[in-house]
Write a protein that binds this ligand. Structure first.
Ligand code: ATP
Ligand code: MG
Length: 371
């Protein structure tokens, strides 16, 4: 078996430089290494485990104007829905079942259990004669990472959006990938449109308005060969991100907030001829910023801890492993609810946002701010 260096396609110097940045973690006594930020052209979240490489999913570039599609693609473009959940890569790296890796490259013990439970047969078929990584978004209400609800779409669970050669990260062509996933029975993201770049760009504003009205996140555009990607998000998604970030204002980077306001501004310029509609957008944006922050300050005033709240339910061992995994990562958890019956543990946990809790407390106590 070739070593990691040659599997990654790096020369000695590049591999040495990359190695310095690897972190070590373990899953059920199995040590593995992961790359927390992209280096030497190798994607963030790339994993080295038992002689095998699982390449990370690349960063998806964004356009701030729908017209950007015309610049980015010169051939047929596929439009897929961008679903708002959490990113996982499912790969078969020689255990009794596939492992589910997070965006940054950790094995998530809970998602691994859940994927096997819920989609075990489909993944067994997918991996039977293919050495691929399945890149997917997990979109279920009960999960340990995100909280976007898709109220009208029940049964959404794991939705795949890519298949990549495990070691090189080369994607399958878009249509081929859709056929392979269908054949294996792995659910995948909705395919919304396809055509030449001009036609697709022309149809995007209306499509984005519709998605936004349904509180959906946006689209990812893909070239036919699967290598070129481009994302564009709805106003609803921008506001949703701002609302969750401004609920924990001192735990999010200020860049995160600023970027989403900039996206709104560019969309307003491109979409809004009518000043009245612009005022509605401004109003909605203001609510997304101010109301969650006021709610948080009030909660701290009442003496509550604030943070991100998630409920998970499943095999007690998997839920326990998830809690240990989070604590190993230095998260401060409060278990607000913890019920166990045979075969199932259900936990509501709060990932405590320390900075927001402490800073709000300090300000409420009247400490002088020098800014
Ligand atoms: P990054 O840009 O590095 O992926 P991010 O958190 O900024 O990280 P997002 O803005 O959420 O990413 O956009 C990219 C992510 O969108 C992908 O990593 C993937 O998890 C998710 N996604 C949802 N639907 C799709 C889809 N149809 N095609 C590709 N990615 C999708
Ligand atoms: Mg996302």
């Amino acid at each position: 078996v070739p070593g990691y260096r040659s599997q990654l396609g790096l020369d000695e110097d590049a591999y040495e430089a990359l190695r310095e940045h690897l972190e070590t973690a373990s899953y059920r006594g199995r040590e593995y290494r992961l790359l927390p930020a992209s280096r030497q052209g190798v994607e963030r979240g790339t994993v080295l485990i038992d002689g095998r490489v699982v390449r990370g999913f690349p960063k998806v570039p964004r356009t701030l104007v729908t017209d950007g599609v015309v610049r980015h693609f010169d051939d047929r473009v596929h439009v897929e829905e961008k679903l708002n959940g959490y990113n996982v890569r499912v790969a078969d790296v020689g255990e009794n079942g596939p492992l589910a890796f997070t965006r940054s490259g950790y094995v998530c013990p809970y998602t691994t259990w859940w994927v096997r439970e819920r989609h075990g047969d489909a993944f067994a078929r997918l991996f039977e004669d293919r050495d691929v990584t399945c890149c997917a978004e997990v979109v279920v209400p009960e999960n340990p990472y995100t909280s976007h609800d898709y109220p009208d779409v029940d049964g959404l669970a794991l939705v795949a959006f890519d298949l990549r050669e495990r070691t090189t990260g080369e994607p399958l062509p878009t249509e081929r990938r859709r056929a392979v996933l269908d054949g294996a029975g792995v659910p995948q993201v909705p395919h919304l449109d396809a055509g030449d770049p001009e036609a697709v760009a022309g149809a995007l504003p209306d499509l984005i308005r519709e998605l936004s009205a349904a509180d959906r996140e946006g689209v990812v555009l893909k070239s036919a060969d699967g290598t070129a990607l481009l994302k564009y998000t709805t106003s609803a998604a921008n506001r949703g991100d701002l609302a969750s970030a401004f609920a924990l204002p001192f735990d999010y980077g200020q860049e995160f907030l600023f970027r989403r306001i900039v996206r709104e501004a560019f969309q307003a310029v491109e979409f809004e001829e009518d000043e009245r509609v612009l005022y509605d957008r401004a109003h909605a944006l203001g609510e997304a910023i101010l109301l969650p922050m006021v709610g948080t300050i009030r909660a701290v005033e009442r003496g509550e801890a604030v943070g991100e709240r998630h409920t998970v339910r499943g095999d007690p061992a998997a839920v326990g492993a998830l809690l240990s995994h989070f604590r190993d990562q230095g998260l401060s958890l409060e278990l607000e609810r913890d019920e166990e019956r045979p075969g199932e543990r259900r936990v509501t946990l709060l990932k405590v946002a320390r900075s927001t809790t402490d800073t709000c407390r300090t300000y409420l106590d009247g400490h002088v701010v020098r800014d």
